[in-house]
Design a protein. Structure first.
Length: 157
């Protein structure tokens, strides 16, 4: 039986999580040639995650399946423009589940943990950026009630 446990990430989780992140990043770079991985991409991601672990504006959650880490979610509280309501948004800036095995319910468990954390921070609205070419991710978020909101455009400087 598949047992899922979600919890806050710890520094001990970084090397495993960076492997999950890297697999997702490689796939994204293969799908979209505008995205390139830096030579030290995995190390840079681990360093960023280590900083976010101690920043109270970030909630980083992991999911374990049968006592092994299989995914993560990074949530961030962001303020919107002054004078706008709501004053803050919960932003899911990254999420990935192990691509090498099937972990039913893992992504949903991560989102539930993030929702609980955002609610505890008095954040009632959540946004997530999903790549236009990722039909599976779009379908997942729509199954949770997400709807299109903003459109990001790509331009060279």
């Amino acid at each position: 039986m598949n047992q899922l446990l979600t919890r806050l990430a710890t520094p001990d989780d970084l090397s495993v999580l960076s492997g999950v992140w890297y697999d997702k990043a490689v796939l994204l770079a293969q799908q979209d040639q505008r995205i390139q991985l830096a030579p030290d991409a995995r190390t840079a991601w681990e360093h960023a995650l280590a900083r976010w672990l101690v920043d109270p504006h970030y909630g980083i959650f992991v999911v374990e399946s049968n006592q092994a880490l299989c995914g993560y979610l990074v949530g961030q509280i962001q303020w919107v423009l002054p004078g706008m309501s709501p004053a803050q948004l919960g932003v899911i800036i990254d999420m990935a589940v192990d691509l090498h095995d099937y972990h039913p319910g893992a992504a949903r468990a991560l989102v539930d943990a993030a929702r609980t954390w955002f609610n505890a921070q008095s954040v009632e609205h959540i946004v997530v950026q999903v790549h236009r070419q990722s039909a599976v991710e779009q379908a997942f978020w729509r199954s949770l009630g997400a709807a299109p909101w903003m459109e990001w455009l790509w331009i060279r400087s």
